[in-house]
Write a protein that binds this ligand. Structure first.
Ligand code: HEM
Length: 276
């Protein structure tokens, strides 16, 4: 009898394969997009900083380099340069093969990643409220809320790793990755919108404000949709109903397709022209 039951096809086998495929595609698009952002950071901020041409920062940032304000300039420099560690290191940390093959490297990169995330997010918070940033108050408040998520999730990921509670650690570390990726989601979300609309819609590109940008900031930073999707994925991993697993897989495919459009838009319309 037991053998007969074992031979019965598992009804969730194909939905699970679909879910794994959707997540693999999502991870591929995310890695390509984040590393493209990293290459831009190194090529633009890395080269201008190393060559001492700090004024180039102002081609992109309205308050990038301010003559005489050494503290503020240092905060901006640290923020943008350390950001490269996050966008290159984040996808590596999620790779199960790296965790298995080189657990020591995973632990070290994890320590560097969480510390860097807290420094970059705190620096960003200081920049928003002392130097000003593009966008309006709603966007500034939203991204500031993300600083809190980043600090709290970094602490929780680290604490569970120390306590060797690896299932909880994996979940908090992945949540941390999602909120640290907020600024990247914002950029590719905006670029996807611009590609689909054939130009700016729902906001004023001169003031960088308007309903579309406020909505994007709220759902990327303050109430991150990325966290909601992640929780759906965690739920689907344990779900027993094929329809639930399939629905989550299809949702991840759809989001991945939109992200791919956004990555294309960001590379072609934002990052390449700045370093080209
Ligand atoms: C933790 C992940 C973060 C990364 C990877 C990151 C990365 C970056 C990068 C690369 C830039 C340069 C902009 C460009 O060239 O497109 C930048 C600018 C900036 N970031 Fe962040 N950032 C992060 C988090 C934050 C947070 C949490 C805040 C605010 C609370 C923040 C505030 C800013 C501000 C104000 C600027 C200058 C842009 C402007 O003047 O409008 N960042 N960031």
């Amino acid at each position: 009898m037991a053998e007969k039951i074992d031979l019965l096809p598992n009804p969730t086998e194909y939905p699970r394969k679909l879910l794994n495929l959707a997540v693999a595609m999502w991870f591929m698009v995310t890695t390509i997009g984040q590393w493209a952002f990293g290459i831009y950071i190194l090529a633009f901020y890395g080269t201008s900083t190393v060559s001492g041409d700090f004024n180039r920062w102002n081609e992109v940032l309205p308050h990038g380099y301010v003559t005489g304000d050494w503290t503020g300039n240092l905060v901006v420099g640290i923020h943008v340069l350390l950001a490269a560690i996050l966008v290159f290191g984040g996808p590596l940390q999620l790779l199960p093969s790296l965790r298995k093959l080189a657990p020591g490297a995973h632990r070290w990169l994890g320590r560097i990643y969480t510390t860097t995330a807290v420094i970059v997010a705190t620096g960003g918070f200081v920049m928003v409220w002392t130097r000003g940033a593009v966008g309006d108050r709603g966007q500034h408040v939203s991204i500031s809320i993300q600083t809190i998520y980043i600090i709290v999730f970094a602490l929780l990921a680290w604490r569970h790793a120390r306590a060797r509670q690896f299932d909880k650690h994996r979940k908090w570390a992945t949540r941390l990755f999602m909120v640290v990726s907020g600024v990247w989601f914002f950029r590719i979300g905006l670029m996807c919108w611009l590609v689909l609309n054939g130009g700016p819609a729902g906001f004023d590109p001169r003031t960088f404000s308007g309903p579309f940008l406020t909505t994007l900031a709220v759902f990327v930073y303050a109430l991150p949709v990325s966290l909601l999707l992640l929780e759906l994925y965690f739920y689907a991993q344990k779900a027993v109903k094929s329809v639930v697993i399939t629905a989550v897989a299809l949702l991840i495919f759809m989001v991945t397709a939109l992200m791919a459009v956004g990555v294309f838009g960001a590379v072609a319309g934002m990052w390449l022209p700045r370093i080209g």
